[in-house]
Every structure is written in structure tokens, then in C-alpha cells.
Design a binder for this molecule. Structure first.
Ligand SMILES: [Zn+2]
Length: 216
């Protein structure tokens, strides 16, 4: 499948709910289509505040119906369309699992993406923002000195500050942290995505899940 306009419709995000309508994770549109094709999930479509459930076949038919009516198509977000072999399918924003009752994780998983998002993609020593490729993960108390890999001991650090700090504590290196590192209450990736109007429809489900869900 190709995206309709060369943008990343397949890489956009889809909120996954369990059977009880509780948010459990976020996946890409690409992954959501795989789950829909296997009939392990259905589409939850929000239209004027009302929710409707569609199996994949009905969703494809509905997409085609929207495509054929220019007045309906005009009101839809064009970047949300994925071109299949013979027709276009609208990328869903929410899907619901039909088979498993997964419960949301209780804690936000620590990895480079969630760490950089927590720190707003800014180096926590010089305070400057950097692209993902220019950032690294720094152990405030170095691992060789017993520092662990936990939210309270890791910060986002630019490559320059990282080499300057080396295998030392900030005190020893004469460097100051912008903020005391702490475990985020909500998944920082979701916070970024909720800033995008495209994902506003997720809001009611996220409050229920307490935001502690995986973003894959
Ligand atoms: Zn820096």
C-alpha cells in the first residue's frame, strides 16, 4: 500500500482499546491494518461525538462510499487516506481489540523515545533542543558508580555535553542539570500526540487509562 499523497498516513498513530473500551496502547496505522485484516480488531469511528463500531470489510466499504461522494470527501482529512490496490481506505484513529482483555500497563516504559519526549528533546545540561539523532541518554550517576537505568537517574543529553561529562557525576564535571529527573505521571509520547488535533478523539479513553499505556 502507498500513501495517497506521499505523506506518512501509514505511520500515523492509532489508539488501541481492549474489549472494555480501555486504552491499552498506541500502534501505527500499518500495524492497525494488520490487526483489522486478521479480524482481531474493529474500527471505532467518532463522528460528531457519537461512536460507531465497524468490522474491516464495512470500514473499507464506508471508505469507498466517502471517496465517491466529493461533498463528503471534502470534509475529511486528506492526509488520513491510504491507497490500497483498487481503492482508498481511511486510516482509523481508534481500533478495539475483539479477542483479548489486555489491561493497561501501570508504569510508563523507559526508552530513548519516551525519555527524549519527557525532556522535550532538550539536553538537560546545556538546555538546548536537538534532533533525535543528536541526543543521547545520560546516567546522572554513572553506571560504573552504581547508577541505575531508571527515570530518576537518566536524562536527555546532547553528544557534546555527554562527552564533556564523561564518566563523572554532574558535580564532578562542574555541570548543572536543568531539572531534577523524575518519573512522568503520564506517557510523554501521548502528551505530544494530544497536541495534534488529529488525535483529540482519543481524549475520553486516555483519561480512563491514566495515560500509562505503551506507545509502540
Ligand atoms: Zn548539551
Amino acid at each position: 500500500m502507498k500513501t495517497s499523497d506521499g505523506s506518512s498516513a501509514l505511520d500515523a498513530s492509532v489508539l488501541v482499546l481492549n474489549r472494555m473500551y480501555v486504552a491499552v496502547r498506541v500502534v501505527t496505522v500499518r500495524r492497525a491494518f494488520v490487526m483489522l485484516c486478521r479480524d482481531s480488531a474493529e474500527v471505532i469511528h467518532v463522528d460528531n461525538g457519537a461512536y460507531a463500531n465497524y468490522d474491516f470489510e464495512t470500514w473499507c466499504e464506508l471508505s469507498q462510499f466517502w471517496c465517491e461522494d466529493p461533498s463528503l470527501l471534502a470534509g475529511l482529512d486528506q492526509s488520513d487516506w491510504v491507497r490500497a490496490v483498487r481503492y482508498r481506505i481511511q486510516a482509523p484513529r481508534i481500533i478495539r481489540l475483539l479477542r483479548f482483555d489486555q489491561t493497561p500497563r501501570q508504569t510508563v516504559r523507559l526508552n530513548r523515545r519516551t525519555l527524549f519526549a519527557r525532556d522535550g528533546h532538550c539536553c538537560q545540561y546545556c538546555g538546548k533542543p536537538y534532533p533525535h539523532s543528536q541526543l543521547s541518554l545520560d546516567h546522572v550517576t554513572p553506571r560504573s558508580r552504581g547508577g541505575t537505568t531508571c527515570w530518576e537517574n537518566v536524562v536527555t543529553c546532547c553528544l557534546h555535553c555527554n562527552s564533556q561529562k564523561g564518566n563523572r557525576t554532574p558535580q564532578e564535571a562542574g555541570m548543572r542539570l536543568q531539572m531534577h529527573p523524575a518519573k512522568p505521571k503520564h506517557n510523554p509520547m501521548l502528551k505530544l500526540q494530544l497536541g495534534n488535533p488529529r488525535y483529540q478523539v482519543w481524549q475520553p479513553f486516555l483519561h480512563q487509562a491514566g495515560y500509562a499505556i505503551d506507545v509502540i
